[in-house]
Each structure stands twice: as structure tokens, then as C-alpha cells.
Design a protein around this ligand. Structure first.
Ligand code: SF4
Length: 64
């Protein structure tokens, strides 16, 4: 699994950080940072929750 963020859509509201704090982090004010762009299997459910939680549909999952 890979996860990406569209910086044009992200409004840095942090909802994905709340769902998966090991994968996402807010460092600046404009766009979320992805700490683990290829999350391990044990984090996949949290990442999926983060994708659903994003109100801007800024996150994308790519299955491998
Ligand atoms: S939930 Fe969506 S809009 Fe909010 S910080 Fe995460 S990617 Fe950006």
C-alpha cells in the first residue's frame, strides 16, 4: 500500500493525523506531511480510516 496527498486539496486540518498519527504529521501550515508513504500492514486500517476522514478527499491509496 502507498498513500499520497494532493497538496492542492489538503487544507491541513489534521483529521488524518488524528486517525493515523504514525503516518501523518502537520509540520507546516499548508499541507500534511506523510511520514510513512508506504505504511506497514499493521497500519493499513488506520490509514484507510484517515482517507475516509479527510473532508477534502486529498488522500489517495495505491494498492501494490
Ligand atoms: S485530513 Fe485531508 S485535508 Fe486534513 S490534513 Fe489530512 S490530508 Fe489534509
Amino acid at each position: 500500500m502507498k498513500v499520497t496527498v494532493d497538496p492542492d486539496l489538503c487544507e491541513a486540518n489534521g483529521l488524518c493525523v488524528a486517525a493515523a498519527p504514525d503516518v501523518f504529521e502537520l509540520i507546516d501550515d499548508d499541507v500534511v506531511d506523510i511520514l510513512l508513504p508506504e505504511p506497514p500492514p499493521e497500519m493499513e486500517s488506520a490509514v484507510a480510516e484517515a482517507v475516509i476522514a479527510c473532508p477534502k478527499q486529498a488522500l489517495r491509496l495505491l494498492a501494490e
